[in-house]
Ligand binder design. Sequence first.
Ligand code: FAD
Length: 432
Amino acid sequence: MLLNYHLLSMNIPESDVPRIVIIGGGFAGINLAKSLANKNVQIVLLDKHNYHTFQPLLYQVSSAGLEPDSIAYPLRKILKTHRNSYFRLAHVNQIDTEKSQVSTNIGILSYDYLVIATGTKTNFFGNASIEANSMPMKKVPQALNIRSLMLQNFEKAAIANSKEDRRAYLNFVIVGGGPTGVELAGAIAELKNHILPRDYRDLDPSDMHIRLLEGSSKVLSSMSAHASEKAEQFLKKLGVQVHCQTYVTDYDGKNVITNSELVLQSETLIWAAGVTGAPIKGIQSDALIVRANRYKVNSYNQVQGYTTIFALGDIAMMQTEAYPQGHPQVAQPAIQQGKLLGKNLMRLIEGNPLKPFVYKDKGSMATIGRNKAVVDLKNFKFAGFFAWFVWMFIHLMALVGFRNRVIVFFNWTYNYINFDKAARLIIRPFKK
Ligand SMILES: Cc1cc2nc3c(=O)[nH]c(=O)nc-3n(C[C@H](O)[C@H](O)[C@H](O)COP(=O)(O)OP(=O)(O)OC[C@H]3O[C@@H](n4cnc5c(N)ncnc54)[C@H](O)[C@@H]3O)c2cc1C
């Protein structure tokens, strides 16, 4: 039964089947849209970008290993065979739960069912100077900014007058020792070890420093002790200086101030220290966990207080006995919730009972440069070459689109054989 009269807006045709509006074409949103393909509902997918981003490989774009278009995939292409689906490039600003409408920069759209899958944004923990001067890595353009800045700094270092200036250009500080920070530090270390000596013969590689700053007592603190220890060993072997229990308290674009005596001069501070949810105005305030900016959802992903509004993936906080703080903000919960909600929405529409979500943890992994990775499975933890191989295989298979898989596979093989990173291009110079 239709819950609402559909406003004709955004050029979405009226229909006599329920309209499901999905905000966000990330892992959760696209898996939901796929599971509702050609079902007896109308799907409208809204995203502020026209592509899906494979965030786990953003660091390879930042470190010149991959071109951005090999980790991004057009959302319209995902929907191209779904006769019941529409995509609109739109930034959703507000939800009107009384009228069952979303308000966007391109118009207003009514919904029968609304799914919020807006993911997260970088968390600067309220520090305005860090936000203004550091480099986040959450989106493709931001990864490209890091790539440009890094290469621009190499160029500036090559013509710097003093050793002090040269070192500031070649001092890369990465904040956050989670998988993102660890993987990026390893990739930049490989640039130092393999690219700098060949491309920049006028620079002394020993002037380049890569520092990884982590607030807790170990890197990869969400993984096993084995993974943390191995990752730190691998990083050190690559020449990365790891500083644990070190918080950045301020950064003015040149001086990195920390909670310890460590003060660094650096033109590049990459901020990988955390994320916070990206909620949308209009949902009642007691459904939002303020600290994490995530919506409280029940085991069917229904947002607290609503029966027709759902939240999925990183933005959803489903507290269970096994996960009292909600599921980890990684791709698997988003994918699994998206797939299940597709089935549950059809059950709801057809008047059948819903199935609760149970997370199947498939393990976690991180790579630390060539031939090195750590993998934590439920009953088996391993590190080194085999782990690296497993990491590559899983990431390759998880990429959206056959073309992207082929391109990434080709690039990795080429880079492996030639010790190369082919995307060392300043296409769009970054202005600080
Ligand atoms: C650098 C990095 C590395 C990562 N590495 C890994 C990894 O190795 N393994 C792993 O499992 N996970 C990793 N993650 C986490 C993983 O990417 C996320 O958990 C996953 O993307 C969450 O999926 P999601 O669908 O909830 O949100 P997202 O994938 O973030 O998608 C959210 C979508 O919503 C859109 N959106 C947001 N707000 C609006 C709005 N107001 N209007 C319209 N559209 C909007 C965005 O454009 C985006 O397309 C990484 C994340 C980052 C940032």
